[in-house]
Design a binder for this molecule. Structure first.
Ligand code: CA
Length: 219
């Protein structure tokens, strides 16, 4: 598995790259935002926000614009971060320095496991809800034949809602199934993703069931 480590501080990137290599990752280190954007496609990105040339948020957004690669953002302690903005930029998870190596590896594995689970061919590969089609094999989503570009989390959330269209999924269920216990736990996370899914699909397709959760409809 190829991991792109975007980190300008060699006192962090060198031991981290060594550790991750021992864990079996094929690590590419980029020490600037420009180098990160020029790097070959990889399976997961570990992105430090404090880079010398570009704002890490911009790097996150540009990476997200061109691929659905999972992105784990790394930030320095005390650095002010708007977590909602990070989510909107397409980050999948977030760790604060200093972090434990084991914890980081666990998060990388959790994020990549979810990607793999989504990629696994299943007997019923396409879910159709009205004019919405979710192809589970390719993780491609179309609405009235038009491709809808979703982040990995938006896709997972949509898939979770589409597993039983018309049924109400509680907030707890959705958070549990789409995020893991390591996620920062703000319930706003779910609302942000619902809001962006509504924008990308049709707003009325995701119905709010007050004080319970959400339901997917044909809109
Ligand atoms: Ca840095």
């Amino acid at each position: 598995m190829q991991l792109l480590l975007v980190e300008d501080d060699p006192s962090i990137s060198v031991p981290l790259a060594e550790g991750l290599t021992r864990e079996g990752f094929d690590v590419i280190v980029a020490s600037t935002g420009a180098a990160a954007l020029a790097a070959p496609p990889c399976d997961i990105v570990l992105l430090d926000l404090g880079l010398p040339d570009l704002d890490g948020r911009v790097v996150c957004q540009r990476l997200r614009e061109r691929s659905s690669v999972p992105i784990i953002v790394v930030s320095a302690r005390g650095e002010e971060i708007d977590r909602v903005i990070l989510l909107e930029l397409g980050a999948d998870d977030y760790v604060v320095k200093p972090f434990g190596f084991r914890e980081l590896v666990a998060r990388i594995r959790a994020v990549t496991r979810r990607m793999k689970a989504g990629e696994a061919p299943s007997p019923s590969t396409a879910i159709t809800v009205g004019d919405l089609v979710i192809d589970q094999r390719s993780r491609a989503v179309t609405l009235t034949g038009r491709a809808v570009g979703l982040t990995p989390k938006e896709y997972d959330l949509l898939l979770c809602l589409a597993a039983d269209p018309g049924a109400v999924r509680s907030r707890e269920q959705l958070i549990h199934e789409v995020w893991d216990e390591h996620w920062w736990g703000s319930t706003k996370t779910l609302d942000v993703h619902v809001a962006s899914l509504r924008k990308k699909l049709r707003p009325e397709m995701i119905e709010t069931v007050r004080s319970v959760g959400y339901r997917l409809t044909e809109g």
